[in-house]
Design a protein around this ligand. Structure first.
Ligand code: PLP
Length: 403
């Protein structure tokens, strides 16, 4: 008899967004004529820029001609894209990453979820708390955790590293030394970045303990401060860190799908190159990312692409600034919003995250995301995002001021 992977049964399901949808539906049924402003959106809302759509169309035409048609893509990604990434994302930032250390993928979610496969089943995993849920969920599915404790909001055996206003949303070293350390900066949901000194301290820690840092830099393109764009800006990172990147929030590729992982040549554990292991995994379980998408990715780095994408990011960040300023004027404690499209606020009057969700929805018609959905340390916090329209963002802040 076939048996199922019982680890899947430990997963808690996507309670957060289904509960948000339920409460919004109920509100709409009770107030059919009231307007709703959605500031909980985690997806981009602006279309692909012309540089990208032109490149897509040109690549589609190539695929329609015998001389330029391409079949299976190389498992590591086309060299033209990997060389472009190595130059613009790394060399220009002073990082020595070569094209053969870059693995093109269909997005960071897959890489964040799959990268754990090359590590031992018994690895101790540490995550920032709160954080993007994929890191924990995929380790649950892989059997690295015990049961979920509903009262604590935690899985047994996962090391949760609280990120709160007290530590400026950057985790301290945990008591238990982890084997795998997921760091995400700028962070979803807190929106806060890490300083180079803080990141260097984590790199040093990982090198001393021979842990591996899995560094999710999906929001790197939003950095406006002097925060590091890549972990490889830190000395010694190539012997302890894998970095994951995405074109989703950077260039509107959420529906097109493109990302990459950096697995440095120097990175070894148990005397084995992790790059070789990842290469083996790509060769067996990965179908490649379409040629046309990789050409679209290349166009992101052209002079026109860079200009057009900068404008999009500026558009979202104007919303972020409006939210941050609006909240502060209204007397809220608010964080993030400078290096990322996320604004993280402390709920007023000690309301729980869900209590504040209801207040905001029922009294102002605004939908956001309760912080507790991202981990136990998110309780008492709330996430707003900059992906709405400017008009709605301004209107929402007016309503919040009047609450
Ligand atoms: N990493 C973080 C921190 C995210 O917030 C997201 C998406 O919201 C992703 C990765 C997923 O990126 P992609 O669209 O490339 O799969």
């Amino acid at each position: 008899m076939a048996r199922i992977n019982r680890n899947f049964l430990k997963l808690q399901g996507s309670y957060l967004f289904s509960e948000v949808a339920n409460r919004v539906k109920q509100y709409q049924q009770m107030h059919p004529d009231k307007e709703i402003i959605r500031l909980g959106i985690g997806d981009v809302t602006l279309p692909l820029v012309p540089a990208v759509t032109d490149a897509l169309q040109a690549a589609v035409r190539e695929m329609g001609h015998a001389e330029t048609f391409r079949g299976y893509a190389p498992e590591q990604g086309y060299e033209f894209l990997r060389e472009t990434i190595a130059l613009h994302d790394f060399k220009e930032h002073g990082c020595e990453i070569s094209a053969d250390e870059i693995f093109v993928s269909d997005g960071a979610k897959c890489d964040c979820g799959n990268i754990q496969e090359i590590f031992d089943e018994a690895s101790i995993v540490a995550v920032c708390d709160p954080v993007y849920p994929v890191y924990v969920d995929t380790n649950v599915m892989a059997g690295r955790t015990g049961k979920y404790d509903k009262a604590l909001g935690k899985y047994e055996r996962i090391v949760y590293m609280p990120c709160t206003k007290e530590n400026h949303f950057v985790p301290e070293f945990p008591e238990t030394v982890p084997d795998l350390i997921y760091l995400c900066f700028p962070n979803n949901p807190t929106g806060e970045a890490i300083t180079k000194e803080q990141l260097q301290a984590w790199v040093d820690y990982a090198n001393v303990h021979e842990s591996v840092i899995l560094y999710d830099a999906a929001y790197e393109a939003y950095i406006s401060s002097d925060a590091p764009h890549s972990i490889y800006e830190c000395e010694g990172a190539k012997t302890c860190a894998i970095e994951l990147r995405s074109f989703s929030k950077k260039a509107g590729f959420t529906g097109v799908r493109l990302g990459f992982a950096v697995v440095p040549r120097e990175l070894e554990r148990d005397g084995v190159s992790l790059r070789d292991l990842w290469m083996r995994r790509q060769g067996t379980k990965y179908n490649g990312t379409p040629y046309i998408v990789q050409r679209a990715g290349e166009a992101v780095y052209s002079a026109q692409g860079k200009r057009e994408i900068e404008e999009q990011i500026a558009f979202y960040m104007r919303n972020a600034k409006t939210i941050l300023a609006g909240l502060k004027e209204a007397g809220y404690e608010a964080y993030g919003g400078v290096d990322s499209p996320y604004i993280w606020l402390k709920t007023p009057r000690n309301l729980s995250s869900w209590e504040f969700f209801d207040v905001l929805l029922n009294e102002a018609g605004i939908v956001g995301t309760p912080g507790s959905g991202f981990g136990p340390s998110g309780e008492g916090y709330f996430r707003l995002t900059a992906f709405g329209t400017y008009e709605n963002t301004k209107k929402a802040m007016e309503k919040i001021r009047q609450l």
